[in-house]
Design a binder for this molecule. Sequence first.
Ligand code: FE
Length: 353
Amino acid sequence: MVLEKVLIVDPIDGEYTGDVEIKEGNIAKIKKKHCVPKSVLMPGFVDTHTHGYMGIDCLKATSSEFENWAEYVKKEGVTYLFPTTVSSSKIILQNVIENFLKANHPSLMQLHLEGPFINNEKAGAQNKEYITSFSLEKLPNLKGKVKIITAAPEIYNFEELATFAKAENIKISLGHSNGTYEHFRKAYEMGIDRITHFPNALRNFHHREIGPIGAVFLHNFYVELIVDNVHLSTNFVKMMYRVLGPERLILVTDSISPTGLKDGRYELGDLEITVRDGIAKTNEGVLAGSTLRFIDAVKNFKKITNCSLKELSMVSSYNALKNLGIKGGRIKEGFPAKFVLLDKDLNVIKTMV
Ligand code: FE
């Protein structure tokens, strides 16, 4: 298969026109040529933080629902999907892992466990009943199916969790934390370089205790951003782009099961939530994830920052994979043919996995 006359967007090589030949699931050959491109070819999007979609909830999904989920988000250009749990019991988490294990779709990567090893004081929409300090016995059998664990660095036994994760090639992402600058600095020195939905559910900035926001300015953390114009103001997104630069930003949806459905009452795990005007909240009025679609996160980010397409490919694909040590997120010979074809207004024409 050959894609002719496309604008190729690569996070390293930049933007140029040409033809792309695909063979056996890989990008076999790229022929650079001057032409008026018919469409834009970007690396397939990566969503490392998403709890559900179209009525499917990660905690309750059957294996075929995981597969349907991957098909749904493919229409929005997502080719690497990391379904994300919320704090729950060991039995329920084990069940999620078993169901995920049986699911089969080329976009399904591994799971992201958000909690339960987080801080009660920054629970957000996580069920406090399950939030707990870390011990190995509290973990389900991960069966190699977990890639990211969101945890708070100040919890009891965090270092043990960090050591375990390193040995298992699992990425710790700091989040739902009331930790101070010192907690984040120490974690960074232990090799932890990722923060979950920054700076939502984290301690605020103070000029005498600069907290995790200060830590992000002083150390090279990668940060997840929910660019839905609800979780973050547009000025905050502009500031992140200007100060951290596009190399350290990772777009995520944090979408929950009502995404793609009407306003109404739903569940996130076993918490009741209400969606009004597309904004999901718990009964206590706390934001409960989003109803953001990945393609809209991409469009919002472009509109807010006026970034280049090259930079857009970093924040929507390449950075997330690079941070996890996964080869991909490039339009380059020898890389997997996971990409999204878009029109000039960034509407998805076709996604390939
Ligand atoms: Fe969260």
